[in-house]
Design a protein around this ligand. Structure first.
Ligand code: PEP
Length: 252
């Protein structure tokens, strides 16, 4: 039985003051007796705020994530942040291969696989994002695209593939208010689960496959009820404590 994981991707949002308010509101919402901790919770914040969040989240059940990670250990890579540095700030998860990184920073499947490798080598769990564009879905290429993206990560990290988290995020559903129906999402999750199984039956059992793309308080329960949807990667709705808490509640 896989535990569910609800991870917020704050993207480039927040401020010292806003982060404190948001964390306190989420923590207050989780404090009640109803909050049995069967669901893992993470917030993936802009790197500049990881130090602040490490302090704010100390002693709570909310874990910390980064939105990216360098594929390199150290050296002349201006602007990048190494896995070992993230680890020093208590980072437990790192999103890799988010479609916004693939699109605006030209990250290839090979680079994403190396980022996952750098995370795993340091004991950080990579949340590997895969997903098709609208054009790819409309031309029947969804399966081919997500399998190609995941195959690169499996190829590079086969020996420890059961340690990753996968997030299926159809690009056309991110930040658009359009959500894949539970059946559409489940169909892709099943494909990814089968691909993991071919690489390692243990990984197929163990790896959490999250759905991301306009998940919100209203649609979370039906998505999370699908057999291969093990949680959510939440963008916009993670910035409002009440919405994020509703999604966490739906995962129980
Ligand atoms: C995301 O950016 O990972 C995401 C899922 O965003 P949203 O929930 O806003 O679609």
């Amino acid at each position: 039985m896989r535990t569910k994981l609800i991870a917020g991707n704050w993207k480039m949002n927040g401020s010292l003051a806003d982060n404190e308010l948001l964390c306190k509101a989420i923590q207050a919402g989780l404090a009640g007796p109803a909050a049995s901790q069967v669901t893992a919770i993470a917030v993936c914040a802009p790197s500049i705020y990881l130090n602040q969040l490490q302090g704010l989240l100390a002693g709570s059940s909310i874990t910390l994530g980064s939105q990216d990670i360098s594929a390199h250990d150290k050296g002349a890579f201006t602007g990048e942040i190494a896995a070992s540095m993230l680890k020093e700030f208590g980072v437990r998860y790192a999103i890799v291969g988010h479609s916004e990184r693939r699109q605006y920073h030209f990250e290839t499947d090979a680079v994403v696989a190396l980022k996952a490798k750098a995370a795993l080598a340091t004991g950080i769990t990579p949340i590997v994002c895969v997903g098709e564009s609208l054009a790819e879905r409309e031309s029947g290429k969804t399966e081919e695209v997500v399998k190609r993206q995941l195959a690169a990560v499996i190829h590079e990290n086969g020996h420890c593939i059961s340690e990753i988290v996968v997030a299926y995020e159809p690009v056309w559903a991110i930040g658009t208010g359009k959500t894949a129906t539970p059946e559409m999402a489940q169909a892709v999750h099943a494909v990814l689960r089968a691909q993991l199984h071919a690489a390692s039956p243990v990984a197929a059992e163990r790896v959490q496959i999250l759905y991301g793309g306009s998940m919100n308080a209203a649609n979370a329960a039906s998505l999370l009820a699908q057999p291969d949807i093990d949680g959510g990667l939440i963008g916009g709705a993670a910035l409002k404590a009440a919405d994020f808490l509703s999604i966490i509640a739906a995962a129980r």
